[in-house]
Design a protein around this ligand. Sequence first.
Ligand code: FAD
Length: 160
Amino acid sequence: MDPEVRKRTLRLITYGLYVLTAADGEEIAAGTINWLSQASFQPPLVMVGIKKDSHLHALIERTGKFAVNILGAGQKEIASAFFRPTQVAEGKLNGYPFEWGPRTGAPLLVDLPAWFEAQVTDAVRRGDHTVFVAEVIEAGLRDPEARPLVMWDTGWFYGG
Ligand code: FAD
């Protein structure tokens, strides 16, 4: 296999962008991710690929729960803020207001148009990311008119 062709081919997979959060009490991790997809209707399952050496990974392993905040088109700047280390100051997470998720205790960013909480059911520990399969246990739609932020439109890549 030609590695350059593989890279360019895999980068043509279409993605959205999401701020994934997890919490164990006051300990919080939050990061922008794109490796996420729905994986079953009944039960409603999603799968996410999470970097093994990240704080997010440690907290998801420990608590078995996470929240997904769906970024809207036009929220590229918010996505960028969650490539940086997580900081809570003056009731904001990396500068953005949040509330606590009702089922997971993970932060929900109130400026983002939609969110869901998920409980991990399975984990595939194979490569440098773990694939967590999780059941959606709560969801909220703050802006029914919003369109999602699409990875291709940002010019960023995470894949290949
Ligand atoms: P970390 O950098 O892991 O942690 C932040 C802080 O927590 C650091 O101070 C660190 O010292 C501390 N910490 C680290 N590990 C622990 C631990 N075990 N216990 C206690 N403290 C710890 N990543 C993915 O996993 N999946 C994706 O799909 C994905 N897509 C991306 C797309 C793009 C375009 C980009 C640019 C990045 C993407 N990333 C993805 C990377 C992700 O955004 C960053 O790794 C993000 O910072 C993860 O958040 P974190 O809090 O886990 O960060």
